[in-house]
Design a binder for this molecule. Structure first.
Ligand SMILES: Cc1cc2nc3c(=O)[nH]c(=O)nc-3n(C[C@H](O)[C@H](O)[C@H](O)COP(=O)(O)OP(=O)(O)OC[C@H]3O[C@@H](n4cnc5c(N)ncnc54)[C@H](O)[C@@H]3O)c2cc1C
Length: 419
């Protein structure tokens, strides 16, 4: 706490570490109830906090300017009396002393600290991975670099058929590039979607001219200074003008680990996003929060969780009584497809997929279910171009609804009538 010049009023010292959506929304959450507290926002990137989804969609395709990705403009932070420390990584945290050390040699003391350090792209660890033209997509300048490479006729090889890989493949095709996607598994997004729905994604992209190499890995990348090709595990060489690596992300838990804060696949928090250290919260990609709705800890690497979790953490830090308990949600856009997914299917679950509608029409829903009683319980659901359905999906998941399998599969039965 700090004291005003008149020596009367105590002000809370908040420090937010991170420059993504969770960090920006935490400011909003704090200011809902605490208009006086000192807020310092410390971020490694030399930019205002921004949102990442446009980097693989409208911004990458040149439909929107990069500026549209900023959560707020600079004036907003001034109005909110936030001190911005851009381009200033935090290097260590002493949770006992409530002190954060910065790379510029400075340090900050805090009453309440938020760790919203997000995730970093996982690196491709093969010979040639440092060649020019081997690119990732996490930060703004990486989106700019990709956009510059996506010229008509350019040969783009995408490593990994996850969300980033698929969205990048779509943007590259729309820019007129030839695109090959290399993926060790048998279908895109296999771990999340399963074979059937993953197969639909493969068909969608093939229909737009993407070539897939499934069941294939990268042995090495070729080139003198710039990459010219990808040598696969099976010995083929795929020519490339640029290679985009999308092989997953890892949460940036280093600060928390160094401070002895509990982590397990992310920074462990309770349902108010409080970590194991007094006065320290975590939110966004980096947090594994206690979900009462799902009765487990959940870490989610998606926009809605950074948005809602950041806001909830800010509120919680400022003293509001918070239970952060969303049903995980995400969206994606590829070509003329928009999709939304809600729910949670634990890794390794034997959930089955129930389809509602015909995937080849590109308007359908998919549900991940487990047998229960006379019917099935919905763990998660997704729509592809069937809008205004996701609230019903979230309700089914939250209510742990047991529904009739045939009625779930029947598009003529309104989702609201299933229970
Ligand atoms: C290209 C792309 C497209 C995406 N598209 C979608 C989508 O369509 N739908 C969807 O639901 N989700 C999407 N996501 C995921 C979504 O953007 C993330 O879940 C979200 O960005 C997480 O926000 P965050 O604030 O937790 O972390 P981040 O956005 O990762 O921000 C963390 C910030 O903390 C900074 N930082 C890290 N360590 C330190 C440190 N020690 N000191 C100071 N600062 C530090 C980082 O530099 C960064 O600025 C996409 C992500 C990417 C990269």
């Amino acid at each position: 706490m700090s004291t005003d010049t008149d020596g009367q009023q105590e002000r809370t010292a908040y420090v937010i570490v991170g420059g993504g959506l969770a960090a920006a929304k935490a400011v909003e959450g704090i200011r809902e109830t605490d208009s006086d507290g000192e807020i310092v926002l410390v971020t490694e990137e030399d930019r205002l906090p921004y949102e990442r989804p446009p980097l693989s969609k409208a911004v990458l395709k040149g439909e929107d300017e990069m500026e549209t990705a900023y959560t707020h403009d600079r004036d907003w932070y001034s109005e909110q009396k936030v001190e911005l420390r851009l381009g200033t990584p935090a290097t260590s945290l002493d949770a006992e002393k409530h002190a954060l050390t910065l790379a510029d040699g400075g340090s900050l003391s805090y009453d309440k600290l938020l760790i919203a350090t997000g995730s970093s792209a996982r690196a491709l660890d093969v010979p040639g991975a440092n060649l020019d033209g081997v690119l990732y997509l996490r930060e703004m300048q990486e989106s700019e670099a990709l956009k510059a490479r996506f010229t008509d006729g350019a040969r783009i090889v995408v490593v990994g058929a996850g969300w980033i890989g698929l969205e990048v493949a779509a943007a590259a095709r729309e820019a007129g590039c030839s695109v090959t996607v290399i993926e060790p598994q048998a279908a895109p997004l296999l771990g999340v979607m399963g074979e059937q729905v993953g197969g639909w994604f493969a068909d969608l992209h093939r229909g737009h001219g993407v070539e897939f190499r499934f069941g294939e890995g990268v042995e090495r990348l070729e080139g003198e200074t710039s990459v010219t090709g990808v040598v696969t595990k099976s010995g083929d060489t795929v020519p490339a003008d640029a290679v985009v690596v999308g092989v997953g992300i890892t949460p940036n838990t280093g600060l928390a680990e160094g401070a002895g804060i509990g982590t397990a696949n992310g920074i462990t928090t309770d349902e108010a996003l409080r970590t194991s250290a007094e006065g320290v919260w975590a939110a966004g990609d980096v947090a594994s929060w206690r979900s009462t709705a799902l009765d487990t800890h959940v870490r989610v690497e998606h926009w809605a969780n950074a948005n809602d979790g950041g806001l909830a953490a800010g509120r919680s830090m400022a003293g509001q009584d918070v239970t952060y308990d969303p049903i995980p949600f995400f969206f994606s856009d590829q070509y003329d497809i928009g999709l939304e997914y809600a729910g949670y299917v634990p890794r390794g679950s034997d959930a089955e997929v129930v389809l509602r509608g015909e995937p080849s029409s590109n308007e359908f829903m998919a549900f991940w279910v487990v047998p229960e009683g006379d019917g099935v319980r919905v763990l998660a659901g997704m729509h592809v171009n069937v809008w205004d359905t996701i609230d019903d999906v979230q309700r089914l998941v939250r209510d742990r609804a047991v529904v009739d399998r045939d009625r779930l599969a029947d598009p003529k039965v309104p989702l609201g009538d299933l229970t």
